[in-house]
Design a binder for this molecule. Sequence first.
Ligand code: ATP
Length: 207
Amino acid sequence: MRIIGLTGGIGSGKSTVSNLFKAHGIPVVDADVVARDVLKNGTGGWKKVVAAFGEDILLPNGEVDRPKLGRFVFSNPEKRQLLNRLLAPYISSGIFLEVLKLWMKGCKIIVLDVPLLFEAKMDKWTKPIIVVWVYLETQLHRLMTRDGTTEEDAKSRINAQMSLDIKRARADIVLDNTGSLADLNENFQKVLVQVMKPLTWTEFALS
Ligand code: ATP
């Protein structure tokens, strides 16, 4: 099974591209969905997080108050690292399980949409790696429009991540999303042809 890696920066357009793959019948494993699942009430991830951060981060119904937890760890790098360390094993095994399910269904090509593909060292699972790239100004503008946040807030969220230019340098394929949605669709069609091509023996040996 070929596992295509899809990553990029916050608000660079990963979900938009992931929807294009789905529209072409290519299944996508979305790490954000898995990350939400591992925090569901009573799960192992939920228990670890409550033990580490206390019941203050829970809503009255017992669910983790994600925005509150997000604000808390965002302003505290040590707590952010702790949260990542606690959840990483649950997220990677959750992703692995989703991939396994698709493999058992006989899927030959799937997409792994993981915002932190490089940071979580999941890049070695995937080939080719597509990085959805935009100019910083465009990324900032789209983030502010989508989330209704201030420029300062959007900038600090972008700056908290690995630079998009570093990710771009590590990509096998750079999908430029600076233009309109029609431009993206056009760029996507070219990428689709590229990723659907059968691997040569050399690529296969090196993958
Ligand atoms: P996140 O990391 O926060 O999950 P993302 O990388 O998945 O973000 P999207 O949600 O796909 O990014 O895109 C960010 C915003 O930009 C969305 O509101 C989306 O509709 C918009 N957008 C994406 N691509 C384009 C485009 N080419 N032209 C205009 N708007 C776009």
